[in-house]
Design a protein around this ligand. Structure first.
Ligand SMILES: Cc1cc2nc3c(=O)[nH]c(=O)nc-3n(C[C@H](O)[C@H](O)[C@H](O)COP(=O)(O)OP(=O)(O)OC[C@H]3O[C@@H](n4cnc5c(N)ncnc54)[C@H](O)[C@@H]3O)c2cc1C
Length: 1161
C-alpha cells in the first residue's frame, strides 16, 4: 500500500513525463471536492482515533487551568477541529481566529460556527463572532500589505495547524512565527501540529510532546469520477490546457489504481497508507542551544534500529559524565519536554522526532567484582548468595558484558544477541540461562540512576561502594524503585549502571534439528511432541528453542537445544535426555563458550541461509504462551507463517519455565511469569526496503499475528513496546498484575513524564476519587438522574466537589458513525435518531467486542482517565453485568459504585412516549429487557426509584446516599490506616487496617461509619457475623452499637458443638506472610442464628474474597439465605478482585459495602 506521499510523487512524475503544459493551482471548489473525498469515510478514522483524542489529551490541562481560551487555527478547512473536543473544553473557547485562504471553506466554517438555525454552535461560549481571515498565514517578513495576523497585540492560548503545513517552507519558521503569537502568562500557550505522511522536519525545534499514528489509511472509491477529483488534489495542481488535463487525469487514474491497495472486504475502494504525526510546541521549543552548550553531542550510528533512524531527533546528546545526564534531565524538567534514551539502539523508540535523545554509549565499562571487592558493604541486598558481581555501565552491550565476565570466569544471564543493550536487562531479558538463573532483570541487585523527578543521582539497592558516585543519594522509595527497575526499568529514570549477581561461567553444548513439515497435522504432531516430550522434560540447565519458518517452498520446524554446564567434562558424554528418542539424531552439534554461543543461534547460522545473508532489518513483538503443543495454538502459528508478507519472516519460540517461574509475579515489575514459551513474532525484510511498503507490511503482519495470538497468551513482553498506538493492546497485557502499582509509581517517580516514549504504562489517577456507574432500565431516566446528581456535588458543604457525567457509549457511537456514515452529532444529541439506530448500534458494538473482547474495559478506562480533573465521575451507558465486580480492579484507588435507576413500567412507557428512550444505544438493560432489580444476578451498590417528576427526589437521594461518600470522617478514617513498607515481605506495602482500632477514637469512628453507611435497616437485622480475627474487632463494636447479637466464626475446634463448618483457604495476607497455601476449616455454632435470619457480615478487609466466600458458604450451610446477607468491610483492595470472586461463586446478589478503598497489595 503506497503512502499518500509516494502517490503524490508518482502523480507529479507522471504529469512531468506525460506533458510539459503549464500547471495551475486548484480552484477553491476543486480543492474542496478533493478534501471532502479525503476526509470522508476512512479519513474520519484518523480524526476519531488519533487527532481528536490526542488533542483532547494535550489541551485538557491547558484548558482546565484557564477560565477562557483564545484559539488561532491555521487552515482549518470547513470545520474547526476544536469543535470536536469534549463539550466542557469547547465551552472554554471565548475567542476564535482562523486563517483560511479557501473562500468556500471560510464561508462554510463561518456558517458552522455561527449557525442560523436552532442548531447550537460547536463553540457555544464565544465572546464575539469568529475572526476568519480569508488569506494564508504567512511569515512576518513576507507580509506585504499591513498586518496579516490580526492585531499585533493578539495573543493566543493555542495555535493549531491541522493538516495545513504542506505548502509552508521552511516549516520550522512558521512554527517559530506561531510561537511568537502565544500568550506568555500565566503559563504560556501551545502550538499543535498534525501532519499527514509522517515526516515533519522541524530542524532545531524541540517539541513538548509528539505522537504518531502509523496505521492511518485513506480509502477512496475506485471510480473514474472520484479519482479525477482526488488525484489533482493529491498532486496539488491541474493542467491549464483542458485536453492535456483530461489526458493526464486518465494517466493519473492508472497511477492511483496501480499504487492503491485493494481489500477483499471493500472491492470497490483503493487504500493508501496515511501515517499521521502530532507535535506540540511551547515557548520552550527554541531552548535547545541552552542544552547543547553544556553537553557533548553524539551521532546517529548509535542506533541499530533502522526504522528508528527514519526519525529526526531534535538533537542527540552523548554524555560522558553522569553530570551531563543530570543536565539533560534538568533541562527537560525546566522546559517541560521529554527525552529518549539510547542503550543498544535496538528498539524503534529510542529516537523520536523533535525530541532530544540521550545516547549512553560512552558509559561502556564493565567491572567484575569477586568476593571482598565490593567495598565491604553489601548494601540493601545482602540476601544475595552470590559472591561475585558484575557492574555494567548503561552503554554496554550484551556481548561486552558476557565477554568481559567470561574472562573472569563468571557470567550474567542476558539475551541471545551481542549487540543488544540496556533496554534488555531493564525490561526483562530472556536468554538461554533464564531457566537456570532467571531473567536478566532478576539478576540486578542495584543501579545507579538519574532521577527524572529531580535530576539527582540515585543509588538504589546494592551498588559496590567504589561504583557509587560521590553525590549519589538513596531515595526514600528505594524498594519501590528497585522493584520497578526489575522489568519496567525504562520508565523510571536514566540508568547509569547496573550491578548484577554473577554466576559461574558455563560452557554450552548446542544441538540443532530441522524438520520439514508437510501439513498442519504434521506441524501439530511435531510441536506437540516437542513441547510435551522434549521441552517439558528438560532439566533447568537446558533450554529448547523452536523456530517456525518457511524455506525452500516448505514450512520448517527448527529446534535448538542448548545445555549449559560449569563442568567441562559433561560434554564429553552427552547427557541422556528424552530428546534423542523423540527428535532423532541432531543435524549439528557444537560445544561453545558464552561468546561462541552468539554465533550458533539457528537464525544466525542455519535458517534462511544464515540470517538472510545478514543484510536485513526486522521488527519483533513477543507474547508469552503456556503451551505450544495445543492444536489451536499450532494452527495459529502455522497460519501466521503461511501468511507472512515476505519470505524471511519467522516465529521464534524461546523456552521459559524453570527459574523464570520461581519468582512471584508481583515480586518484580516484570510480572508475566506463567509461561513456557516466549513467542517472538519476527517480521524481516531486505535492508534496502527500509521505509517502504515491504517494511510496513512486515510490521503489519507482526501486529496482526500478535493480535491473533493475544487471547491464547498469558502476557506480552514489554521490551520494544513504545508509543506506537498499535502497542497499546500488547502493553495492556505486559507486567501481569503489576500495572496499577506501576501506574502509581510512574506518576510519582516521573511526574513530568520526561520518559514519555518508553513502554506505555496506564495513567494513574490523580487522587482517590469516586466513579458512579449509573445503570438501569430503559427509559428509567438514567441520564436525567446523572445530570441532577452532577449538580448536587458542587454544593457539598466541606469542599466544592467537581463532577462530570460521561456516556461510555460515545466512543462506540463515534466509531459507528465513522463506519456507517451515520450523523455523529445527531447520534449524540437527537433522541429519535438515536432510537432509530439503536439495533444497528448494538450489533455494531457486539461485533466490536467479539473482535476485541477487552474493548468495554478500554472504554471504561478511557472514560475514567479522561476525567482525572474531577472528583466525581458519573458514567452512563454501561453494558457490563455486575460492573463494579468486573471493573473495580482496573481503578484500584477509586471508589467505584453502581447506582441502579428504576422506574415503574408505566412511568417508563410514558417517558418513552414523550422522548423515545433515554438510553444511549448501548444499554445493558434495554438489550435484554430487564425490568427490575430482581432480574439482575447481582446487587448494585445502590438503587434509586425514579418515579416522581422533577429533580427533588433525585437531589434528596444524592444528598442522603451519595454525598456521605465524601464525608470528611471517611478521610479521617483513611488517614488512620498506616502504610508499612516491606511487610510482611519485601516489596509489599502493608495497610494496617486493624490498626485503626489502636488509634485514639479509631474504633468509635469506624463503628459509627459502619453504622451510618449500612444501606439497609438495622432494625431488621438479626445478627452481625464475623470471622476471626480482624472481623471480631469491628463487628463486636458495631453489634453493641446497633444492639444486634454477634455470630462468631472461628477456626475449627475452638467453638463448642454442635457446629457447622467449611474449608477456608488462607487469607491473602497470611499467604503473603508465610507462603502457606494450607487450607483450614472454619466453623460456627449451629443454632446460634435461626434459619431465615437476616445477617450482616463484617470484616476488616476485602481482598481476594476467599475468607468472605468461606463465611458465606458457612452461613448458607447454617440455613441463612444469600438474599438475607449483606457484607460490610472496613477496607477493600480491589486489585485482588474479591468482588469478582464472590460474584463467580454465586454470591453476586449480596450487597457489599466497603468504607475505604486502597490500591496496591
Ligand atoms: C536482534 C535482536 C535480538 C534480541 N534478542 C533478545 C533476547 O535474546 N532476549 C530478550 O529478552 N530480548 C531480546 N531482544 C529485545 C530487546 O531486549 C529489546 O529490543 C530491547 O529494548 C533492546 O534494548 P537496547 O538497549 O538495545 O535498545 P534501545 O532502543 O537503546 O533501548 C530500548 C529501551 O530502553 C530504554 N533505555 C535504554 N537505555 C536506558 C537507560 N540507560 N536508562 C533508561 N532507559 C534506557 C530506551 O529508552 C528504550 O525505551 C532482541 C532484540 C533484537 C533487535
Amino acid at each position: 500500500m503506497a503512502t499518500l506521499d509516494s502517490l503524490k510523487r508518482a502523480l507529479r512524475q507522471t504529469a512531468k513525463t506525460t506533458a510539459s503544459s503549464p500547471k495551475q493551482p486548484l480552484s477553491d471548489t476543486q480543492y474542496g471536492v478533493g478534501f471532502d473525498i479525503l476526509v470522508q469515510d476512512s479519513g474520519c478514522m484518523a480524526y476519531q482515533d488519533f487527532i481528536i483524542p490526542q488533542l483532547s489529551q494535550l489541551l485538557s490541562p491547558l484548558f482546565i487551568s484557564r477560565t477562557h481560551i483564545s484559539a488561532l487555527e491555521i487552515g482549518p478547512g470547513p470545520k474547526s477541529i476544536l469543535g470536536h473536543l469534549p463539550a466542557h473544553l469547547r465551552r472554554k473557547v471565548k475567542r476564535y481566529t482562523a486563517f483560511e485562504p479557501n473562500g468556500l471553506f471560510a464561508t462554510r466554517l463561518e456558517e458552522w460556527l455561527c449557525p442560523t438555525s436552532e442548531m447550537k454552535s460547536p463553540l457555544p461560549c464565544l465572546d464575539g463572532p469568529p475572526d476568519i481571515h480569508r488569506v494564508p498565514f504567512v511569515l512576518k517578513d513576507t507580509i506585504v500589505n499591513g498586518n496579516n495576523t490580526g492585531d499585533d497585540e493578539d495573543e493566543y492560548d493555542i495555535i493549531l495547524f491541522c493538516h495545513s503545513m504542506y505548502g509552508m517552507k521552511p516549516k520550522h519558521r512558521f512554527i517559530e512565527r506561531a510561537l511568537e503569537l502565544l500568550v506568555e502568562r500565566p503559563q504560556g500557550g501551545m502550538v499543535a501540529v498534525f501532519h499527514r505522511d509522517g515526516a515533519l522536519h522541524l530542524d532545531g525545534l524541540v517539541c513538548h510532546r509528539t505522537a504518531s499514528f502509523p496505521s492511518g489509511v485513506v480509502r477512496v472509491a475506485d471510480d473514474d469520477e472520484v479519482l479525477d477529483c482526488f488525484a489533482p488534489f493529491i498532486a496539488g495542481f491541474i493542467i491549464q490546457d483542458v485536453d492535456v488535463d483530461e489526458a493526464i487525469r486518465i494517466e493519473w487514474r492508472k497511477v492511483c489504481r496501480a499504487l492503491g491497495r485493494r481489500e477483499e472486504a471493500h472491492p470497490d475502494h483503493l487504500f493508501f497508507s496515511s501515517p499521521e504525526v502530532m507535535a506540540a510546541f511551547t515557548q520552550h521549543a527554541t531552548t535547545l542551544p541552552e542544552l547543547t552548550a553544556q553537553v557533548p553531542l553524539g551521532k546517529d550510528q548509535a542506533v541499530k534500529n533502522r526504522e528508528a533512524r527514519l526519525y529526526r531527533p531534535a538533537s542527540m546528546i552523548r554524555p560522558t559524565e553522569v553530570r551531563h545526564v543530570q543536565q539533560c534531565v534538568r533541562w527537560a524538567l525546566k522546559h517541560g519536554v521529554g527525552l529518549t534514551v539510547i542503550g543498544g539502539g535496538h528498539s524503534g523508540h529510542c529516537l523520536r522526532p523533535n525530541v532530544v535523545s540521550v545516547d549512553m554509549g560512552a558509559f561502556d565499562k564493565v567491572h567484575i567484582l569477586t568476593a571482598g571487592d565490593d567495598g565491604g558493604d553489601a548494601g540493601s541486598d545482602s540476601g544475595s548468595d552470590s559472591s561475585s558481581f558484575v557492574v555494567a555501565e548503561a552503554g554496554c552491550k550484551t556481548g561486552d558484558i558476557v565477554r568481559k565476565a567470561m574472562a573472569a570466569g563468571v557470567t550474567v544471564p542476558l539475551g541471545a544477541r551481542p549487540s543488544v543493550g540496556a533496554g534488555l536487562w531493564l525490561q526483562g531479558g530472556i536468554g538461554h540461562l533464564a531457566r537456570l538463573h532467571g531473567l536478566a532483570c532478576d539478576a540486578i541487585v542495584g543501579v545507579v540512576m538519574v532521577s527524572v523527578e529531580t535530576g539527582q543521582v540515585l543509588c538504589v539497592g546494592h551498588v559496590p561502594s567504589q561504583h557509587r558516585p560521590a553525590d549519589a543519594v538513596r531515595p526514600a522509595n528505594e524498594p519501590d524503585l528497585l522493584w520497578a527497575i526489575k522489568g519496567a526499568g525504562t520508565n523510571f529514570g536514566i540508568v547509569v549502571s547496573a550491578t548484577f549477581k554473577a554466576y559461574t561461567a558455563p560452557t554450552y553444548l548446542t544441538r540443532n534439528w530441522v524438520f520439514p513439515l508437510s501439513d498442519n497435522l504434521e506441524a501439530r504432531l511435531r510441536l506437540s511432541d516437542f513441547d510435551k516430550l522434549v521441552a517439558r522434560k528438560l532439566l533447568r540447565n537446558c533450554s529448547a528453542d523452536a523456530y517456525l519458518y518457511w524455506d525452500a517452498g516448505r514450512l520448517h520446524l527448527g529446534v535448538t537445544i542448548i545445555e549449559s554446564s560449569t563442568s567441562r567434562s559433561t560434554f564429553e558424554t552427552f547427557t541422556p535426555t528424552p530428546v534423542g528418542a523423540t527428535l532423532g539424531p541432531e543435524d549439528a552439534f557444537k560445544a561453545v563458550d558464552a561468546v561462541g554461543l552468539f554465533e550458533t543461534e539457528m537464525y544466525v547460522s542455519g535458517m534462511h541461509g544464515g540470517h538472510g545473508g545478514g543484510k536485513t532489518s526486522s521488527f519483533k513483538r513477543c507474547l508469552f504462551l503456556k503451551s505450544i503443543g495445543e492444536a489451536n495454538v499450532v494452527d495459529r502459528l502455522v497460519v501466521a507463517v503461511k501468511t507472512r508478507p515476505s519470505p524471511l519472516c519467522y516465529l521464534h519460540l524461546l523456552q521459559g519455565g524453570g527459574a523464570v517461574g520461581d519468582v512471584a509475579a508481583d515480586a518484580t515489575a516484570f510480572g508475566c511469569r506463567d509461561w513456557e514459551f516466549a513467542c517472538v513474532i519476527t517480521g524481516v525484510w531486505d535492508r534496502a526496503q527500509d521505509g517502504t511498503e515491504a517494511a510496513r507490511s512486515a510490521v503489519r503482519w507482526v501486529y496482526k499475528v500478535a493480535e491473533e495470538l493475544l487471547s491464547l497468551s498469558s502476557g506480552a513482553y514489554g521490551a520494544d513496546l513504545g508509543p506506537d498506538p498499535r502497542d497499546a493492546t500488547l502493553a495492556a497485557k505486559a507486567f501481569g498484575p503489576n500495572r496499577p502499582r506501576l501506574a502509581r509509581l510512574k506518576y510519582s517517580l516521573d511526574p513530568r513524564n520526561v520518559l514519555a516514549y518508553a513502554c506505555p504504562l496506564p495513567k494513574a489517577l490523580m487522587e482517590q476519587k469516586v466513579v458512579i456507574l449509573v445503570t438501569g432500565e430503559s427509559c428509567a431516566g438514567k441520564d436525567y438522574c446523572a445530570n441532577v446528581w452532577v449538580s448536587v456535588f458542587p454544593k457539598c458543604t466541606h469542599k466544592r466537589l467537581t463532577a462530570r457525567t460521561v456516556s461510555i457509549s460515545d466512543a462506540t457511537k463515534r466509531e459507528y458513525a465513522a463506519t456507517t456514515g451515520a450523523d455523529l452529532d445527531r447520534l449524540l444529541e437527537d433522541r429519535a435518531y438515536k432510537e432509530q439506530h439503536r439495533p444497528a448500534l448494538t450489533r455494531f458494538f457486539q461485533e466490536q467486542v467479539r473482535q476485541q473482547p477487552r474493548l468495554p474495559e478500554q472504554h471504561f478506562l478511557d472514560a475514567v482517565y479522561g476525567a482525572v480533573d474531577v472528583d466525581v465521575l458519573l458514567i452512563t451507558g454501561m453494558r457490563d453485568e455486575a460492573p463494579v465486580a468486573a471493573l473495580s480492579h482496573l481503578v484500584p484507588d477509586t471508589k467505584l459504585l453502581e447506582v441502579h435507576v428504576q422506574a415503574s413500567k408505566q412511568t417508563r412507557q410514558t417517558r418513552r412516549g414523550c422522548h423515545g428512550s433515554d438510553d444511549n444505544g448501548n444499554n445493558k438493560d434495554s438489550s435484554n429487557n430487564r425490568s427490575n432489580l430482581t432480574a439482575l444476578d447481582y446487587r448494585p451498590s445502590l438503587a434509586f426509584a425514579n418515579d416522581t417528576a422533577g429533580n427533588e427526589a433525585a437531589e434528596r437521594f444524592a444528598e442522603q446516599h451519595l454525598l456521605p461518600f465524601f464525608h470528611e470522617d471517611l478521610q479521617r478514617l483513611a488517614n488512620m490506616v498506616r502504610p508499612i513498607p516491606n511487610f510482611p515481605r519485601p516489596d509489599i506495602e502493608f495497610r494496617h487496617v486493624l490498626g485503626i482500632s489502636q488509634q485514639p477514637g479509631g474504633l468509635a469512628l469506624c463503628t459509627s461509619l459502619l453504622e451510618t453507611h449500612f444501606i439497609g435497616d438495622w432494625a431488621k437485622v438479626d445478627a452481625v457475623a464475623c470471622c476471626e480475627i480482624g472481623g471480631f474487632v469491628y463487628a463486636s463494636a458495631l453489634a453493641s452499637q446497633v444492639d444486634v447479637p454477634l455470630v462468631l466464626i472461628r477456626e475449627a475446634g475452638k467453638l463448642p458443638p454442635p457446629t457447622v463448618s467449611v474449608i477456608k483457604p488462607p487469607s491473602h495476607i497470611s499467604s503473603l506472610a508465610s507462603n502457606s497455601t494450607k487450607e483450614k476449616r472454619i466453623e460456627m455454632e449451629r443454632d446460634v442464628v435461626p434459619r431465615g435470619a437476616s445477617v450482616v457480615v463484617v470484616d476488616d478487609v476485602l481482598s481476594t474474597g476467599e475468607t468472605l466466600c468461606a463465611v458465606l458458604q458457612l452461613l448458607c450451610k447454617a440455613g441463612i439465605s444469600a438474599e438475607d446477607i449483606s457484607i460490610m468491610a472496613v477496607a477493600e483492595f480491589p486489585v485482588h478482585r474479591g468482588r469478582e470472586l464472590l460474584h463467580r461463586r454465586g454470591f453476586g446478589r449480596i450487597n457489599i459495602q466497603s468504607l475505604l478503598v486502597f490500591g496496591g497489595a
